[in-house]
Design a protein around this ligand. Structure first.
Ligand code: AHR
Length: 500
């Protein structure tokens, strides 16, 4: 048994949790749209062809924003292909993922699906093959009430009310050599600046996200951020970060340390934004949108064998195991710990494609990563409290010494609950965590949920959907204002405290 201490202070906060920290992502890719959220012929489909079983699970995840329609897909997408009567929509050869896009689901369907899923769209515009003109047209279609060509076209298409979409991504991963219409940092910075400026001329209430590097490991990381921000700092509101992690070498301690790398990535992007702020003597902060994050590696081998130009192929279908859920829990803790600057984050993606929800023709079920996301999204709202953790550590090759625990306290002023999210990465030892809670007079443990499993590689399937699922058996208590929590080896924990 190991021991750790967490010191926290009720009046010192990191920042308010922006609910958009619990966003997700639907791309026209694999079976995310078709067979994922939209499958008219399936038994659970509603009158619009949306799968009710999936909508119910998305509501359980409580996802306030969903990024759409890509991803790499958006850089070759003509949004007009996906509006109007379905019979006249063209099928296209989709170059990003080399599949056939039937366009039977598009912008209007997505907005309607978001409403049913209790979410809202975070729309991306195509800055690969298209540009400013296309961006202002789609915005006019979505947000202007009536009386112009595109707003009237929306009304003609049966959408009387404006979609009123507030959040817009200026392209996707424009630094990536794989990106359709990729740009140099200068080219992209100028285009992002002008596109954002023109879009805000049309609707000043929107916010825009410029593309940062498509990963921390990109050779141009840092230089890209600086050059892009040099051009568009005054016109945009957020800079994006994307990162996926994997365990191809089957080195679990190393794999579980990846949220520490994520933390460094965030801190470095904050530094790059603030350096630009200083150079420009600006009063404005650029906030971060971590709009693609997850584990992604299980499906890479089989995806290399996929036939081209298929329709809704099984692509990027990672089957997540228990250790993936631990890292996802830790990444959520890292995002919360940076809540002062990270205002938006999107778990990539939502259904079937590197996703917490899987579907077949007969049903929908929760992958292992569903659980830490669902509980953090539900209870990780309010103010993140500052805290200092004193915990044993272990050595990693890539990051040096890494603490065996990740922990973050979140205080919800509305119902006066304090929720601690804690991951114990130690594969051999349980850890006893102590925390002085004398500032939380009369607080007791309301519940201690834990996710544990003897097999790090255990997965959920349609036939066995509950193999990895949380239990209420966590041992923790408060005595004389001090919390003692028993954290099982390799476990994700949520300890909720209140006045009972
Ligand atoms: O989420 C899958 C892909 O990963 C996205 O399309 C792209 O933006 C990223 O490289």
């Amino acid at each position: 048994m190991k021991h750790a201490k967490l010191f926290t202070e009720r009046n010192f906060t990191v920042g308010d949790v922006d609910k958009r920290l619990y966003g997700s992502f639907i791309e026209h890719l694999g079976r995310a749209v078709y067979e994922g959220i939209y499958q008219p012929e399936q038994a659970a489909a509603d009158e619009e062809g949306f799968r009710r079983d999936v909508i119910n699970l998305v509501r359980e995840l409580d996802v306030p924003v969903v990024r759409y329609p890509g991803g790499n897909f958006v850089s070759g997408y003509n949004w007009e292909d996906g509006i109007g009567p379905k019979a006249s929509r063209p099928a296209r050869a989709e170059l990003a993922w080399r599949m056939t896009e039937p366009n039977t689901f598009g912008l209007d369907e997505f907005v309607s699906w978001c409403r049913k899923a209790a979410s809202s769209p975070m729309m991306a515009v195509n800055l690969g093959t298209r540009g400013i003109d296309d961006a202002r047209n789609i915005l006019e279609y979505c947000n202007l009430a009536k009386g112009t060509y595109y707003s009237d076209l929306r009304i003609k298409n049966g959408q009387a009310q404006p979609h009123d979409i507030k959040l817009w991504c200026l392209g996707n991963e424009m630094d990536g050599p794989w990106q359709i219409g990729r740009k140099t940092a200068y080219e992209y910075g100028r285009l992002a600046s002008e596109t954002s400026r023109v879009m805000k001329m049309l609707d000043p209430s929107i916010e825009t996200v410029a593309c940062g590097s498509s990963g921390w490991g990109m050779p141009t990381f840092g230089e890209w951020e600086s050059k892009v921000l040099a051009e568009c700092y005054d016109e945009v509101d957020y800079l994006s970060l994307h990162q996926y992690y994997g365990n191809p070498e089957n080195n679990t301690p190393e794999f579980l340390a990846n949220n520490i790398a994520m933390d460094r990535f965030i801190k470095e992007v904050v530094a790059l934004c603030d350096a630009e702020k200083a150079k420009k003597r600006s009063k404005k902060h650029i906030y971060l949108s971590f709009d693609e994050w997850n584990v992604w590696y299980h499906s890479r081998g089989q995806d290399r064998k996929l036939e081209q130009w298929g329709k809704a192929p099984h692509q990027l279908e990672d089957i997540y195991n228990f250790e993936d859920a631990l890292l996802v829990g830790s990444m959520l803790i890292t995002l919360l710990q940076n809540a002062d600057r990270v205002k938006i984050a999107c778990l990539a993606q939502l259904v079937n494609v590197i996703a917490p929800i899987m579907t077949s023709d007969t049903g929908a079920w929760k992958q292992t990563i569903f659980y830490p996301f669902a509980y953090t999204s539900k209870y990780g709202r309010g103010k993140v409290l500052q805290s200092v953790l004193d915990a044993p550590s272990y050595e990693t090759e890539s990051l040096g010494a890494v603490p065996v625990l990740d922990a973050v306290p979140v205080f919800n002023e509305e119902d006066e609950t304090l929720t601690m999210f804690v991951v114990n990465k130690d594969l051999n030892d349980d850890v006893t965590l102590n925390c002085d809670l004398r500032q939380f007079d009369g607080y007791k443990v309301l519940e201690h949920k834990q996710l544990t499993h003897a097999d790090l590689k255990a997965v959920n399937t349609e036939a066995s959907p509950q193999t990895v699922s949380p239990s209420d058996g966590g041992q923790s208590s408060v005595e004389n204002g001090r919390l003692t929590a028993e954290l099982k080896k390799a476990s994700w924990n949520m300890i909720r405290l209140g006045k009972a």
